[in-house]
Structures are given as structure tokens and as C-alpha cells.
Design a protein around this ligand. Structure first.
Ligand code: PRT
Ligand code: ZN
Length: 296
């Protein structure tokens, strides 16, 4: 298994992304044993070593080729590398569909905010000074950006800053600090990133295989397997009801052939109202089940 050198991937040790990264790899058939608090972890099923790190360190370690791959929030990658230094040395391979959030400007609830002009010359506290500076410069707005080191300091920052720029997902944290979100400046999710330099053929192939597996897991997550019985005469109507339902398998039921079973992969979540429409179109025994993996 280890005749060729292993791929090295950096993921967050704990925090919001650590567990999700391990889950994703596990669904790809790549599992790790050992303590979560160690720096390295070697997979027994794939030639992959994990480096478990603070998310802040991941972008630079991929850029500097200490790791071949990393999983990190796009926000963090942009702040530490893409907008800063060495963007040409990294390449985003895929969006991973978890860790979704946005970097937003927020002001105290009672502040009058018309548009970005309202922040001209104002003091803005953020853990993302590089992204914010680039954004404000591009918009031609001069402001005083004060770096704070983390979200825990947001409430403290409100004491001396006119606005903050922080990650938001539900908005509950802003609300509990008496702030209102006024402008999202970046949408983010976890991304798989690699060092842009060409690796050995073996490692390149391992990356391709890994991406195919991740792709299969992500596709499966978005898809549902739909099964139902229906009168043969309703088949065309039923196919119209589920958007994107391609090449359904249609099998005769019983002896007379008037009824059929329809099986298909539907690309999106099949919602209750879709199922109700299917029923109205004559379908019965409708089953919608999750799919674990897809290879096309
Ligand atoms: O210890 P380490 O340095 O590794 O972790 P960390 O504390 O710096 O980062 P962590 O684990 O909090 O976040 C890791 C990544 O998760 C971020 O870089 C984002 O890409 C992503 N992510 C997704 C978020 C959020 N959602 C999020 N809501 N990161 C932080 N938050 C914080 C935000 O800063 C604010 O304090 O959650 C609060 C807002 O949440 P809501 O739901 O109240 O709006
Ligand atoms: Zn961090």
C-alpha cells in the first residue's frame, strides 16, 4: 500500500470543519485511526496522510507545498493566500458544499446605513483585514481597518469600532450583540485546494481518484432514488413532474401490463409537494430514498 509516497492533506483539527472533513473522507472509503489530538494521522485504506491543524495555517502550508492538498474555508484561503501572497501556487479543485457562510459588514442596530459610503472614514473591526481592505479599496472607500483575532472579540470590538466585518451563518450572533448585517462581501464554503505544482504521476493519479470519489459522494448527497408504481398511461405525466429525472427504469407490474414500476435517480430533493403531484398523476407506493455513492 505504501510503495509510493503518500499524499499529504491538511484539514482542520477541530472547529467547524474538522469533523465534516473526516466524515467526507470516510464516505470516500478513507478512514483514520488514532487520536484526534495528534498532528499526523495515516489512513489504512488509501495512501493519504492527514495533517491536523488550525484552519488559519492550512492555506500557507498548501501554498508552500508542505501539504499537497487541504480542506479549508474559502474565506480563510482568500485571506491568507489568494488576496495576499502566492495565489499562483494554489488551485481550488472543488467546492465541498459544507461550512457555508458569508463574510458580512454589520453595524449597531440603531446606526443609519444607506450604502458603503456610510462607512467612509469609519473604523471597522475584522479578523479578515486583507479581504476587507481589498474590497473597500476596489469600491474606492477609505476606512480604518482594525484587526481583531477572532469572533469572541466581536462584542468587545463594538465598543471601539463603528462597524464589524465577520462571518455570518444564521445571523444569531450578530443579533445577540445588537448588530445588524448590512452587506455581505463574500460567500464562502469549504473547498478542496491543492498546491499548483505538478506532482509525481502516482500522486496526480491519487488526487484524480480522490476527486472522483468526493464527486460521487457530493452527487449522491444531492440526489434521491425515487420509486413508485403507476398506470402505464401516466408515465409521461410523471416524468414531467420530477425535474431532471432522466432515463427512468420502467418495469411492468403483474400480468396485465397496465401498471408499471418506475425507478429513477432524481437530481434534487424530492419534496412533499412533488410527491403529492405524483400521487395526483396516478402514482402510488412512492418511495424516496437517499443514495450513498454514485459513479457514472
Ligand atoms: O481553531 P481554529 O483556528 O482551527 O478554528 P476557528 O475558530 O478559527 O474557526 P471555526 O472552526 O470557527 O471556523 C472554521 C471555518 O468554518 C471558517 O473559516 C468558515 O469557513 C466556516 N464557518 C461556517 C464559520 C461559520 N460558518 C460561522 N458561523 N466560521 C465561523 N462562524 C462564526 C462567526 O465567526 C460568528 O462568530 O459563527 C458566528 C456566527 O454564526 P451565526 O450562526 O450566529 O451567524
Ligand atoms: Zn482559525
Amino acid at each position: 500500500m505504501y510503495s509510493i509516497s503518500n499524499l499529504r492533506m491538511a484539514i482542520q483539527k477541530s472547529g467547524r470543519l474538522g469533523e465534516k472533513c473526516r466524515d467526507l473522507l470516510e464516505k470516500c472509503g478513507i478512514t483514520f485511526e488514532g487520536q484526534k489530538n495528534q498532528l499526523f494521522s495515516r489512513s489504512m485504506d488509501y495512501p493519504l496522510d492527514l495533517m491536523l491543524l488550525r484552519d488559519d495555517d492550512i492555506p500557507a502550508l498548501v501554498r508552500d507545498q508542505v501539504c499537497d492538498l487541504g480542506i479549508v474555508g474559502y474565506n480563510e484561503l482568500k485571506e491568507k493566500v489568494l488576496d495576499k501572497d502566492g495565489a499562483e501556487n494554489v488551485e481550488i479543485l472543488m467546492n465541498l458544499g459544507f461550512g457555508r457562510c458569508r463574510l458580512s459588514l454589520a453595524v449597531p442596530e440603531d446606526t443609519n446605513f444607506e450604502n458603503l459610503e456610510s462607512l467612509r472614514g469609519k473604523k471597522i473591526a475584522t479578523s479578515y483585514p486583507v479581504i476587507l481592505d481589498k474590497y473597500m479599496s476596489a469600491k474606492g472607500i477609505n476606512c480604518d481597518i482594525v484587526e481583531i483575532s477572532g469572533s469572541v472579540e466581536v462584542s468587545y470590538a463594538i465598543g471601539f469600532a463603528d462597524a464589524i466585518c465577520d462571518l455570518v451563518s444564521t445571523g444569531a450572533t450578530l443579533q445577540s450583540n445588537g448588530l445588524k448585517e448590512v452587506l455581505p462581501i463574500l460567500e464562502s464554503e469549504a473547498v478542496l485546494v491543492r498546491n499548483a505544482r505538478k506532482l509525481s504521476d502516482e500522486k496526480e493519479e491519487l488526487i484524480t481518484r480522490l476527486m472522483d470519489r468526493i464527486d460521487g459522494v457530493l452527487k449522491a448527497k444531492r440526489a434521491r432514488y425515487v420509486m413508485m408504481n403507476a398506470p402505464r398511461a401516466s408515465v409521461d405525466d410523471i416524468i414531467q413532474i420530477i425535474p431532471g429525472m432522466e432515463n427512468p427504469t420502467i418495469m411492468p407490474l403483474g400480468q396485465d401490463g397496465d401498471k408499471v414500476a418506475i425507478h429513477a435517480v432524481a437530481p434534487d430533493n424530492v419534496f412533499w409537494d412533488t410527491m403529492e403531484k405524483l400521487k395526483q398523476a396516478g402514482a402510488s407506493s412512492i418511495l424516496v430514498v437517499p443514495i450513498e455513492k454514485i459513479i457514472e
